[in-house]
Design a binder for this molecule. Structure first.
Ligand code: 13P
Length: 341
């Protein structure tokens, strides 16, 4: 495996490939399993992720890397093969979520700062030994009546920059993820408001990255799309694509090799359509792809339903979604291709 940060970052956003975010914490995966009435045990979590990582077609053709949770990085498949080895055997790169979640920020009602910097250097050393070559840290910015405040944006951007510098010192590519929520409360904000907040957030993040001496060539940005809130949603695919491209062009230096979006609560097809519209007919300085959690997994988890006899159906659903997003990463997705499944 290649070891230069720049090469790993470029491989993570290779043409037609994107990242599978399978790094749900124990609490989040329980919520996903609740939707299919499945108990969240270590074995069930392993079986589910093993099903995804053994989906050869999707993994080899469409997935450049997989973000894992600590438990999964250490787990083995039912036959004893390490899950990390299944991922690398498919030609994808293992990554690891290293933040410890968004916690209330004192003095800033309703706002959070992401924790996890203490001891991070040592954790990154171990994660590298276990096979991780990139990491993820998510800062969360919610849009409300009088939020976000600049104080909270700055605290999150500073933590992201500290994290990114520590990753690079340990030969791990940082995914820098400042998420402006679409599905927070009240979720009634406009596309314009999301553009204004996302612009301020990204400007602040890149200021902090520069101050922390982070090498832009060796990182990946994972932003939200510029989109109206979940309880306001009526912006067209074209409007979302145009606003997102405009915002990224104004704020993201061209030295960054790639931008991999989160899906943030969009439906599977919306997330795909938006990505494809951004890639079709735009001349962009960075590769634009996906790093979806829900929008890559929702159909697979439903088709699987926690049952052994449905593993092939779950894999077919994952393959289809991965293929649609792979096409979108090239600007080649069309709605009628969805029916082919
Ligand atoms: P979603 O695509 O479900 O938003 O998850 C991506 C992710 O990794 C959030 O941190």
């Amino acid at each position: 495996m290649t070891e230069r940060l720049e090469d790993i970052a470029v491989a993570m956003v290779a043409r037609g490939k994107g990242i599978l975010a399978a790094d749900e914490s124990t609490g989040t995966i329980k919520k996903r399993f609740d939707t299919i009435g499945l108990e969240s045990t270590a074995d069930n979590r392993r079986d589910y992720r093993e099903m995804l990582f053994r989906t050869n077609e999707a993994m080899q053709d469409c997935i450049s890397g997989v973000i894992l949770f600590d438990e999964t990085l250490r787990q083995s498949a039912a036959d004893g093969t390490r899950l990390v080895d299944l991922i690398t055997a498919a030609g994808a790169i293992p990554g690891i979520k290293v933040d410890k979640g968004a916690k209330p920020l004192p003095g800033f009602p309703g706002e959070t700062v992401t924790e996890g910097l203490d001891g991070l250097n040592e954790r990154l050393q171990e994660y590298h030994e276990l096979g991780a070559r990139f990491a993820k840290w998510r800062g969360v910015i919610a849009i409300g009546e009088s939020t976000p405040t600049f104080g909270a944006i700055k605290a999150n951007a500073h933590a992201l920059a500290r994290y990114a510098a520590l990753c690079q010192a340990n030969k791990i590519v940082p995914i820098v993820e400042p998420e402006v929520l679409m599905d927070g409360e009240p979720g009634t904000h406009s596309l314009e408001r999301c553009e204004e907040v996302t612009t301020l957030v990204l400007n602040t993040v890149f200021d902090e990255l520069a101050d922390a001496r982070v090498r832009l060539e060796g990182m990946i940005l994972k932003p939200n799309m510029v989109i109206d809130g979940k309880n306001a949603r009526n912006a067209s695919v074209e409007a979302v694509a145009e606003a997102t491209i405009r915002t990224l062009k104004r704020t993201v230096p061209s030295a960054v090799p790639g931008i991999a979006f989160l899906s943030g609560g969009q439906s599977d097809e919306e997330a795909t359509a938006h990505l494809s519209a951004m890639n079709a007919g735009h001349d962009l300085p960075w590769n634009l792809t996906f790093s979806y959690g829900r929008a890559l997994q929702a159909a697979a988890i439903k088709a699987w339903g926690g049952k052994k006899e449905n593993v092939a159906a779950g894999q077919r659903a994952f393959s289809h979604r991965a293929k649609m997003n792979s096409l979108a990463a090239c600007g080649d997705w069309r709605k009628d291709l969805e029916q082919a499944a």
